[in-house]
Design a protein around this ligand. Structure first.
Ligand SMILES: NC(=O)c1ccc[n+]([C@@H]2O[C@H](COP(=O)([O-])OP(=O)(O)OC[C@H]3O[C@@H](n4cnc5c(N)ncnc54)[C@H](OP(=O)(O)O)[C@@H]3O)[C@@H](O)[C@H]2O)c1
Length: 308
């Protein structure tokens, strides 16, 4: 089987030949991948910074949407032809940049019929991350003010939408071109992160106290965002840049965890149109290196997908 992947850690992405998927264990399904997500976390896998459970030579990719081709003997609730999406980490075999792959049935969620294969493929990781920031990382309460720094990206937009659905009063940062979009998601205020004193402006609209909770989604942004946090508040960052705690602020780094039941809940919001994935571009598997370069470039303008 031809997959897009790496022959060794740190190697360039190319089409490589790997074996056909092995026989299924009882709790597994075989998927025909219709689309796979591409994002800068795949670069961490490529370079060895994120161990997703498989060793090269391997297909990269940690999220996908596809059709169930076959199920293991212990699988119930899923049948051939079902359209699903998944973040199947730790990988059981190959990554998702492949025509077919094995996934644990417990990590599947139904793909909404209203969304494209590409949008469904790019949904699991950012949606689970956003949810895990709000519930585990920050434990947001209804009515609480929440600052989201870097709200215009794929994960940032999902965070804004989920936080608003959870009753938070969202204050956001975004580039000038994205501010209207972030306001339309329900943010009360949006500041341009290019203004060096934006944290002080956030403090000003909170009576000088700062916000009780902050989610940092901007690469390298946590040390700036903490300036807007109230004494004794909470900051969660997803960009591996936790600043040293100060003024009694609890700082947490959040890393996405696979979670089938949460993904199924999030899939319902996705199906209802409460959550959205903007797809910026779709590439063929053979052009995966180009897709990854675009995704790691910083301003892709939305999600990137691969189709076999
Ligand atoms: N820890 C985890 O498990 C986890 C999970 C998901 C994502 N992440 C990480 O989270 C980050 C964001 O992910 P994403 O999916 O939202 O990426 P994305 O769609 O590429 O969005 C990045 C956004 O960051 C904004 N940005 C760029 N430079 C900025 C700056 N200096 N200050 C504020 N905002 C800035 C850009 O906004 P404008 O377009 O408005 O300029 C862009 O829309 C990535 O680094 C990703 O690797 C981590």
């Amino acid at each position: 089987m031809q997959v897009a992947g790496i022959r060794q850690l740190g190697a360039q992405v190319e089409m490589i030949e790997v074996g056909e998927p092995r026989p299924l264990a009882g709790d597994e399904v075989l998927l025909e991948v219709r689309a796979a997500g591409v994002a800068n976390w795949d670069e961490f896998v490529r370079t060895g910074g994120w161990d997703v459970g498989s060793r090269p030579p391997m297909a990269l990719g940690v999220e996908a949407a596809g059709t169930v081709l076959a199920s293991g003997q212990a699988v119930s609730g899923w049948a051939g032809g079902d359209e699903v999406m998944t973040h199947p980490v730790p990988l059981r075999d190959q990554g998702t940049w492949a025509p077919r792959m094995i996934a644990p049935a417990g990590l599947l969620a139904r793909k909404p019929s209203s969304v494209s294969w590409e949008a469904a493929a790019a949904f699991p990781v950012p949606a689970l991350t956003a949810e895990q920031v709000l519930r585990g990382g920050l434990d947001i309460h209804t009515g609480e003010a929440l600052l989201i720094h870097g709200a215009s990206g794929v994960t940032g937009r999902l965070l804004v939408a989920l936080a608003v659905l959870n009753g938070a009063e969202v204050i956001a940062t975004a580039g000038p071109a994205s501010q209207e979009r972030v306001l339309a998601l329900g943010a009360r205020h949006v500041f341009d992160y290019h203004d060096h004193d934006w944290p002080e402006r956030v403090r000003a609209i909170t009576g000088g106290h700062g916000v009780p909770a902050t989610a940092n989604v901007a690469p390298g942004g946590a040390a700036t965002a903490i300036r807007a946090v109230a004494d004794g508040g909470r900051l969660a960052t997803i960009t591996s840049d936790p600043p040293s705690p100060e003024r009694g602020i609890a700082v947490r780094s959040v890393y996405v965890r696979a979670d089938g039941s949460r993904l199924r809940e999030l899939a319902e919001l996705f199906a209802d149109g409460m959550l959205e994935i903007p797809v910026a571009a779709s590439y063929r598997l053979a052009d995966a290196a180009q897709a990854l370069a675009r995704a790691t470039g910083g301003h892709a303008g939305g999600a990137i997908a691969l189709t076999p």
